[in-house]
Ligand binder design. Structure first.
Ligand code: HEM
Length: 442
């Protein structure tokens, strides 16, 4: 066994203590004192949204923000949008005292942190001017037009996957369809060879808790080691793509330049990694959540049979009611004001996307699932402002093709007992979902 040097272990321990153990202890303590932010944190330990609902209701009585001990929290649709679009609210941690001991300790501990979705230069935690340059290059490759070109191939993948499932016996639809559809699409986009797909899926699953706050030490070590393996694999993959460019979006990204400047290797790896992980850790939840909502609602399915043009709206309504990403956070980079509330520099703010999606001021009868809802698209499940999801067009297209194909082919699909929700706090969806596609023999 290789002996790990004590310094990396010490650094990792400090990263975990500052990023997970300390916030967890403080929030759990605050919860006991009735702090709604703390109570929200405790409620998200359960994967069942019902646990969170009473806290959401209480938060709703504090508009536009609830001022907690450690953060301002909002479930107000307008305030969440204003926060996410505020130029002074960034997604990177800003220490209150940049020269203080804690900030220095954190900077030291981060020196050997693995590349991940929440470490720079990930788009998610980069701010202008870097974010602007970098996003311009990437969004050119992920344009709505580029995504529409993938529709026929996505349809083929959905049909092929369904062909392999025995419709008369229960199947775990998450592993046989919901996860394989987006992973196959994203793997083709990034030119991942067939032989590596299983491995990449494993890295993604192991790294998914990296978005969570307060994970145990053991899980933190597993996440970091999966991220390092992912990084190693990406380094090799990028080298191959540079040597043999293919007909896929990653090759275009490697070649993309703005004013003669392209992405550095670190930026390319970070983007490819984020796209790969975001590509299959979120859309899988959209599909699983959509299956449960639609299978349980005969009336909504009937509407979709009568009016096929409603499918894109149905996907947005699924995203609104059961969003794959529960919340996001911002820290003010300067003194600013959000929805008329003064926020000094370094204020921490939590945008509860799931709560803002059910704000009765934005959506009448917000808890009702209604595929004909006129403003279903006004949800904030893809965030808003400059970090608005880069893959939104792709996810919507996959959601539409994936759900429509399944329900058109198997209109009587039945969800069986034994569904299990994922344990992650931020990413919400099903880990296991037994269904019978065609319960009645033909
Ligand atoms: C239903 C599926 C998806 C959901 C719900 C979702 C949700 C989100 C959210 C909420 C954010 C912004 C977080 C913030 O503001 O802090 C985001 C950003 C992002 N998403 Fe998605 N996503 C989905 C699918 C995808 C796919 C398929 C891709 C692949 C291309 C993708 C790539 C990204 C990237 C690269 C960012 C960072 C953008 C930036 O910071 O500028 N997402 N996503």
């Amino acid at each position: 066994m290789t002996q790990l040097s004590p310094v990396p272990i010490t650094r990792a321990a400090i990263r975990w203590s500052l990023g997970h153990a300390l916030p967890r202890t403080l929030l759990e303590r605050a919860a006991k004192q009735g702090d709604l932010h703390g109570r929200m944190f405790v409620a998200t330990q359960s994967s069942d949204l019902a646990e969170l609902e009473p806290v959401l209701e209480e938060l709703r009585t504090h508009r536009p923000f609830y001022k907690g001990k450690f953060a301002h929290v909002s479930v107000d649709n307008a305030a969440v949008r204003a926060l996410l679009s505020n130029p002074d609210a960034g997604s990177a941690i800003i220490p209150t005292d940049p020269d203080g001991r804690l900030a220095k300790l954190q900077a030291w501990a981060m020196q050997d942190a693995p590349l991940g979705p929440l470490t720079p230069p990930s788009l998610l935690v980069t701010e202008p001017p870097d974010h602007t340059r970098y996003r311009k290059l990437v969004s050119r490759v992920f344009s709505v037009r580029a995504v529409e070109k993938l529709r026929d191939r996505t349809q083929e993948i959905a049909d092929d996957l369904l062909d392999t499932i025995d419709p008369s016996s229960p199947t775990d639809i998450v592993s046989t369809y919901c996860s394989l559809l987006p992973v196959t699409v994203i793997a083709e986009i990034l030119g991942v060879p067939e032989a590596d797909r299983e491995k990449v899926l494993r890295f993604g699953a192991a790294a998914a808790p990296s978005l969570d706050l307060g994970i145990p030490w053991r899980e933190f070590r597993q996440v970091e080691s999966a991220l390092r393996e992912f990084d190693e694999w990406l380094t090799k993959h990028l080298a191959t793509v540079r040597r043999n460019p293919g007909d896929h979006l990653l090759s275009q990204l490697v070649a993309a330049q703005e004013g003669g400047v392209g992405l550095t290797d670190e930026e390319l790896k970070s983007t490819a990694g984020l796209v790969l992980a975001a590509g299959f850790e979120t859309t899988v939840n959209l599909l699983g959540n959509g299956i449960v909502l639609l299978a349980g609602d005969h009336e909504q399915r009937k509407q979709l049979t009568e009016r096929e043009d409603l499918w894109p709206n149905a996907v947005d309504e699924v995203l609104r009611i059961d969003p794959p990403v529960l919340l996001t956070g911002r820290v003010t980079m300067a003194d600013t004001e959000v929805e008329g509330v003064a926020m000094p520099r370094a204020s921490v703010m939590v945008a509860l996307l799931a709560g803002a999606n059910r704000d009765p001021l934005a959506f009448p009868e917000p808890d009702r699932f209604d595929v004909t809802r006129e403003n279903a698209r006004d949800h904030v499940s893809f965030s808003a402002g400059r970090h608005y999801c880069l893959g939104a067009a792709l996810a919507r297209m996959e959601g539409e093709v994936g759900l429509r194909t399944l329900f058109e082919r198997y209109p009587d699909l039945r969800v069986e007992q034994g569904g299990v929700r994922r344990p992650t706090r931020i990413l919400r969806g099903y880990e296991k979902l037994p269904v019978t596609l065609s319960p009645e023999p033909a």
